[in-house]
Design a protein around this ligand. Structure first.
Ligand SMILES: CC(C)(COP(=O)(O)OP(=O)(O)OC[C@H]1O[C@@H](n2cnc3c(N)ncnc32)[C@H](O)[C@@H]1OP(=O)(O)O)[C@@H](O)C(=O)NCCC(=O)NCCS
Length: 196
């Protein structure tokens, strides 16, 4: 028996690229070429480098990366947003869906915040907002978050955004100081909504 794709090809590309609102004066919007300095700054933050392994950017490489975010969306391979002030200005963070398997109905949430965006619960709200978009608008069935077991802040974000811990993946990701075990967290479309 043929199993139909959970999300048919073309559905993601056809979705309107709307801004997603967040509480407390933040929103999720698409990365624009003029946001390149924010990516350059992310390359100088030791915590983002340690945990997200994004590498350093020149302004030109940052612009290329932003162009790639747009191309990846068009190709239905990833959906990446900037976390930016509602009032305008440079992003303080990034959140997105990567490793998308539309036919299988799953994807992985990635995120980081610069120090200016940390400490106020913004990422819990952003993770919940992107999850609801992924389930309700895109139609995915399962989302996961993975992080090094040595990163307790990311573990708390996952738990608080409705992604309970499912297990530990041994030697799952190579960091600058060697292989790290990673926690696997996941949220299903059928899980109860999160209160935060
Ligand atoms: C991970 C990250 C998104 C968390 O965002 P944040 O704004 O710093 O987190 P918050 O201040 O909302 O804190 C969330 C929870 O984590 C806890 N926490 C934060 N930093 C912590 C740390 N270093 N150690 C232990 N717990 C920590 C907070 O106490 C809070 O827990 P509580 O709700 O039970 O009080 C952000 O710190 C970040 O981007 N860090 C650098 C890169 C990174 O870790 N990326 C994730 C890769 S998987």
């Amino acid at each position: 028996m043929d199993i139909p794709p959970v999300v048919p090809p073309g559905r993601m590309r056809a979705l309107p690229r709307t801004v997603l609102g967040l509480p407390d004066g933040w929103l999720l919007r698409h990365w624009e070429p003029y946001d390149a300095p924010a990516l350059v700054a992310s390359g100088t933050d030791p915590d983002i480098q340690r945990w997200n392994r994004t590498g350093r950017f020149t302004e030109a490489r940052a612009e290329e990366r932003i162009a790639r975010y747009r191309a990846n969306w068009e190709a239905e391979e990833a959906a990446i947003w900037a976390i930016a002030p509602e009032a305008g200005g440079l992003p303080v963070g990034l959140i997105g869906l990567a490793d998308l398997d539309l036919a299988g109905g799953s994807g992985e949430i990635l995120y980081w915040l610069m120090p200016a965006g940390r400490g106020s619960g913004t990422m819990v709200g952003a993770t919940d907002r992107v999850s609801r978009w992924a389930f309700e608008e895109l139609g995915l069935h399962r989302l996961r978050i993975t992080h090094s077991v040595a990163n307790p802040a990311s573990c708390r974000i996952a738990e608080k955004a409705g992604f309970p811990l499912e297990g530990t993946m041994r030697g799952a990701l190579l960091h600058a100081d060697g292989w790290h075990d990673e926690h696997l967290h996941a949220r299903l479309r059928t899980d109860r909504p999160v209160r935060h």
